[in-house]
Ligand binder design. Structure first.
Ligand code: AMP
Length: 441
C-alpha cells in the first residue's frame, strides 16, 4: 500500500515524501482514513509503530480543509487541535512531526511543557496557533494564567494515555476535558488497556473505531532478552566490560533513581566510556542536549530513569540495559520497547543481583516468559551475599502518594501482558557460555 491511496492531500503527501517515508505503517494505513472521516479512534499502539504520523497527517488535513468558524470573528487564531502527551520529550518529538508534516500548509503549531520559562510560550500563544502540543501540567498553568483558550478545540489527541494515567495525570486530564467544547473529535492512543483507561475511554470517546496494531508480538520477537546474574557491587564493572568487549556503540541504560543515573554516568566516564544522564532533575536544556549527543553518537551511553525515558524516540537502538530492574514490572516492557524498533533487532540485557530476584519473578510472570540467564565468567554471584531491601526511586518512596495507589503490575487487574511468550520460550536458562542466547552482540 502507498500513502497516495489513503486520501491525503497533495501538500501532505509532498511533506511525507520529502521526509523519506514511502509506505504507511499498519497503524497509519488503518488510522488515517478513519480520522479523515471525522470519527473517534481508540488505538492500541505504542511508540515505534508510526502512530504520530497516524494521527498528525489526517488531523492536519482536516484542519486545513475547513476554516475555524471562530477564526473569522477573532484576530487571534484559536487552538483547533490539542495533543496531550505525558512527557516533555514526547511533546517535543510530536511537535517536530507536526512541524515537518505541516511544511506546506498554512497552519501554525507550538509546544508547551514545564521545566522551561513560560514567557516565550505565552508570546507564541498570543500570536495564535492552530495546533497545540502540551503536557498536562504546563497546559493547566497557562489555563490558570488565561494565556490559552481551549474553547474552540475541534480535535483532541491523548497520546500514550496509559502513561499519562500511570504518571498520575488523570485529574489534570479531566480538568482539561472540562474546558473543551462538547462537540469534537477524540483520538486516544494507549499501549495497554487497564481498567482506568477503559473508564476514561467510555467517558471520552463516541462510537470509536478500534485499531490495534500487533507491535508487541513482533517487537518481542525482535528483542533478545538476557539476564546476567551479578553481585550488586560489581554491576558497573560488568557493564563497562560488556560495553567495551562487545563494542556497543549506543546503549540506553536504565537506573532506578536519579542519583543512581548521575553516579553511573560519572563512573562510566571514569572508565573511558562517554556517557550522559537524563532524568527529572536535569534542566530541559540538559535533557535535550544529552539526547541529541546520544542520537548523534557523541556519547555512547545514555543513562536514564523510567520517567525521563518515556516516549524517547531513538531509532534503531541496538542495546537496552537494565542496570537495575524497575519496581513496576510493566516498566520493564516499556524499557525494552526502546530496542528492536522499526524492523531492527535489539538486545535487552538486565543485570540482576540477589536483591532483585523477586522483581525478576514479577517481570517473568507478566511477560509469561522465563528470561534466559547467562552468568558471565569472572562475574559469578557470590552465594554468601544475602538479599538487601531495594533502594527505592521516586515511585517507591514511602509517602509518595502515587506509589501508595499502585499495586505491583502482576496484581493489577485489567492490565494485559504486553509481551506474550515468544520464540525464545522454553527454559533456555543457562550459565557461562550461553552462546545460543547471544545473537548479534
Ligand atoms: P512513532 O511511533 O510515531 O514514534 O514513530 C516511530 C518511528 O517510525 C519514528 O522515528 C518515525 O519517524 C518512523 N516512521 C513513522 N512513520 C513511518 C513510515 N511510514 N515509514 C518509515 N518510518 C516511519
Amino acid at each position: 500500500m502507498s500513502f497516495d491511496s489513503l486520501g491525503l492531500s497533495a501538500d501532505l503527501l509532498r511533506a511525507v515524501r520529502e521526509h523519506g517515508y514511502t509506505q504507511p505503517t499498519p497503524i497509519q494505513s488503518q488510522a488515517i482514513p478513519i480520522v479523515l472521516e471525522g470519527r473517534d479512534i481508540l488505538a492500541g499502539a505504542q511508540t515505534g509503530t508510526g502512530k504520530t504520523a497516524g494521527f498528525t497527517l489526517p488531523m492536519l488535513q482536516r484542519l486545513s480543509e475547513k476554516k475555524s468558524p471562530a477564526a473569522q470573528n477573532t484576530k487571534r487564531r484559536p487552538v483547533r487541535a490539542l495533543i496531550l502527551t505525558p512527557t516533555r520529550e514526547l511533546a517535543a518529538q510530536v511537535a517536530e512531526s507536526v512541524n515537518t508534516y505541516s511544511a506546506y500548509l498554512p497552519l501554525k503549531s507550538t509546544v508547551i511543557f514545564g521545566g522551561v520559562s513560560i514567557n516565550p510560550q505565552i508570546n507564541k500563544l498570543r500570536k495564535g496557533v492552530d495546533v497545540l502540543i502540551a503536557t498536562p501540567g504546563r497546559l493547566l498553568d497557562h489555563v490558570g494564567q488565561k494565556t490559552v483558550d481551549l474553547s474552540q478545540v475541534e480535535i483532541l489527541v491523548l497520546d500514550e494515555a496509559d502513561r499519562m494515567l500511570d504518571m498520575g495525570f488523570i485529574k489534570d486530564i479531566r480538568r482539561v476535558l472540562a474546558l473543551l467544547p462538547k462537540q469534537r473529535q477524540n483520538l486516544l492512543f494507549s499501549a495497554t488497556f487497564s481498567k482506568e483507561i477503559k473508564r476514561l475511554t467510555q467517558d471520552l470517546l463516541h462510537n470509536p473505531a478500534m485499531i490495534e496494531v500487533a507491535r508487541e508480538n513482533t517487537t518481542a520477537e525482535r528483542i533478545e532478552q538476557i539476564v546476567h546474574p551479578v553481585d550488586r557491587k560489581r554491576k558497573r564493572e560488568l557493564l563497562s566490560w560488556l560495553i567495551g568487549s562487545q563494542e556497543w556503540r549506543q546503549v540506553l541504560v536504565f537506573t532506578r533513581t536519579k542519583h543512581g543515573a548521575n553516579r553511573l554516568s560519572e563512573q562510566l566516564a571514569n572508565d573511558g566510556i562517554t556517557a550522559a544522564a537524563i532524568h527529572g532533575n536535569k534542566s530541559q536544556g540538559a535533557r535535550t542536549r544529552a539526547l541529541a549527543d546520544f542520537k548523534s553518537g557523541k556519547v555512547r551511553v545514555l543513562v536514564a530513569t523510567d520517567i525521563a525515558a518515556r516516549g524517547l524516540d531513538i531509532d534503531q537502538l541496538p542495546h537496552v540495559v537494565n542496570f537495575e530492574l524497575p519496581n513496576i514490572a510493566e516498566d520493564y516492557v516499556h524499557r525494552i520497547g526502546r530496542t528492536g524498533r522499526a524492523g531492527n533487532e535489539g538486545v535487552a540485557i538486565s543485570l540482576v543481583c540477589v536483591d532483585e530476584l523477586k522483581l525478576l519473578k514479577d517481570i517473568e510472570r507478566l511477560i509469561k516468559f522465563e528470561i534466559p540467564k547467562d552468568v558471565k565468567p569472572g562475574y559469578e554471584p557470590d552465594p554468601s551475599i544475602k538479599a538487601e531491601p531495594i533502594q527505592r526511586g521516586r515511585k517507591g518512596k514511602p509517602g509518595n502518594s502515587k506509589s501508595k495507589h499502585r499495586k505491583p503490575a502482576s496484581k493489577r487487574r485489567g492490565s494485559q501482558s504486553p509481551i506474550p511468550a515468544n520464540r525464545n520460550n522454553g527454559n533456555r536458562s543457562r550459565s557461562s557460555s550461553g552462546q545460543a542466547n547471544q545473537r548479534s552482540r
